[in-house]
Design a protein around this ligand. Structure first.
Ligand code: ZN
Ligand code: ZN
Length: 348
């Protein structure tokens, strides 16, 4: 097997010369495109990929998220039953420089379980009768509201003890839809500076979650600018380049991508990973992926992260830890792992 080398391809100085000044810090997603674009990208990446079945399943899940998020009847029901933050609450957090909708202090609303119910129904419709995923869905349906909440809280707080790893993508999918809706409804109520920059630039200014990856977005006069993509509410926030997204150090930052010695991109499976690279920091030994729209306009922060596990494996061999988290695939993240076999509490 041809093992690609991980080498630097841009100096920090080269990147700094293309950096731009003040940016709109926080950008909420377009609800009508967010999960649809993710589904399309996942299907595109799945073609011929060694993890094809997994990526197709993720695409089906993203499709379910899209339909549930854009279901007008469900949206009305969720709007009626979901508590939103008061303007005083938002102002207090803005003043303190902390994210207002952080699951550590914003209570999990029972209405999230309704998103899960609808997502399970959508996915079930697409699965063949013999699919092993149906057993996981059936198991999830037997959980009491309290047991489901325990699963959700574990996932939100990164405490993997007792979390059913097979069921966690469904829980994550529902929580993402719930938090996307929560952020959008809050921004609609208070459109002026709803989620300003927070003191800790490495977490989401809306919900305080870690990024899944960062994206170099097109659309500026001087090329691209870098945003981090929230793993939970999918908000993107501006982060200058050549700055560690884990410890905020600007020293010893390096960039890596999959290349051969002759400098050409290699094929891993048949996926061209030219649009995805890694930013590593030798101060804290963490890394985060960067998906680059200038190299591939169709890159998507969650989909491209899922499809480039090879990069994670190669950089882990060099001693770097994953700085971000992908709620759809918790293995390989630096979230706490108990080492216990996963099980559903009270279901056996
Ligand atoms: Zn967020
Ligand atoms: Zn660092």
């Amino acid at each position: 097997m041809n093992i690609p080398q991980s080498i630097s391809f841009l100096s920090p100085e080269e990147i700094a010369t293309r950096e731009i000044g003040e940016q709109a810090n926080t950008q909420l997603p377009d609800l009508s495109r967010l999960f649809k674009d993710r589904e399309i990208r996942l299907r595109q990446l799945a073609a011929g990929h060694s993890m094809r079945d997994f990526l197709i399943f993720m695409a089906d899940l993203a499709s379910a998220q899209h339909h549930v998020l854009n279901d007008s009847e469900l949206s009305l029901a969720q709007a009626k039953d979901t508590q939103l933050p008061s303007v005083e609450f938002l102002q207090a957090h803005a003043k303190a420089g902390t994210p207002p909708l952080d699951p550590k202090h914003w209570p999990l609303d029972q209405a999230w379980a309704r998103e899960l119910e609808h997502i399970l129904a959508k996915v079930t419709n697409h699965l063949p009768a013999q699919s092993p995923i149906l057993a996981i869905i059936d198991e999830l349906k037997t959980l009491t509201p309290s047991q489901l909440n325990d699963q959700a809280q574990s996932l939100l707080l990164g405490e993997l003890t007792g979390l059913h790893m097979g069921a966690s993508p469904f829980i994550a999918a529902a929580l993402q839809v719930f938090w996307v809706r929560l952020a959008a409804s809050t921004a609609k109520n208070y459109p002026h500076q709803t989620f300003p920059a927070v003191d800790q630039a490495t977490v989401c200014p809306c919900c305080g979650s870690k990024p899944v990856s960062s994206i170099n977005r097109l659309g500026t006069d001087v090329g691209t600018s870098r945003y981090l993509n929230c793993s939970l509410c999918q908000t993107q926030w501006y982060m200058p380049r050549i700055k560690c997204t884990h410890c905020e150090s600007t020293k010893d930052i390096a960039y890596h991508s999959l290349v051969n010695q002759d400098g050409h991109a290699v094929q891993v499976s048949v996926v061209d990973e030219g649009g995805v690279s890694l930013e590593t920091c030798d101060v804290c030994s963490h890394y985060l992926k960067i998906v680059n729209m200038a190299k591939d306009a169709q890159v998507e922060p969650v989909a491209d992260d899922l499809a480039t596990l090879t990069l994670d494996l190669l950089i882990a061999d060099e001693g770097y830890l994953r700085g971000g988290v992908n709620l759809m695939m918790l293995f390989g993240s630096d979230a706490q792992d108990s080492g216990d076999p996963p099980h559903l509490s009270g279901s056996h």
